[in-house]
Design a protein around this ligand. Sequence first.
Ligand code: C5P
Length: 223
Amino acid sequence: MQLCLALDLASKAENLSLLQKLKDCPIWVKVGLRSFIRDEKKFLEEIKAINPNFKIFLDLKLYDIPNTMKTATQECKNLGVDMITIHASSGIEAMSEVMSVAKDSLLVFAVTALTSFDDEGFIPIYNAPIKSHAKTLALLAQKGNCHGVVCSPHESLEIKNSTSLLTLTPGIRFAENEYGDQKRIATPKVAKEAKADFIVVGRPIYTHHDPLQATLRFLEEIQ
Ligand code: C5P
């Protein structure tokens, strides 16, 4: 299992100074909407300058018509990143187009249900409970040839048992951490038991008074 650190801080300088403290840690680095919109391609280069071995996960959660998804995936590939996210609800045709470009040189994870949803917020939009809908979307992602799906640790095991997909689980917290806007949270130990291949952690590390200590604790927990 791999740990992805979400670089979601308020400025590029803060993100880079956080990463400097963790430069020898065996982590993936997640660049999401906030950081990529603000700091663009240059930020990816600066991450690699800190440690060329950092793998970069560009988490833009693409959702559009198949041709736009395909061409956007090509642009992600041109950036040299290692992993991207798309939405499984973009459909099999769009996912297949993405995978025709990504092939085996860019990992593609399809989002099932965001971990900030609980059933109360989810059902009015999708007309189904999270657990069953996440599995339905995972089966679609498998048909679309994606490498994996994004889900919570609470859905991961069932998806792993019914597909050959990798799973990536955000919403990871130790008991004493605040939830923030996340609703379907779990500890790293639960994520490991649910056979998640990647966990994504942001605030529990970057708001910690000692981010290195927090990172090492997460890494130890997922050994
Ligand atoms: O701070 P926290 O640990 O909640 O950060 C989780 C990260 O994972 C955020 O960057 C968020 O955008 C991302 N994410 C998520 N749920 C998903 C997909 C990505 O929380 N389904």
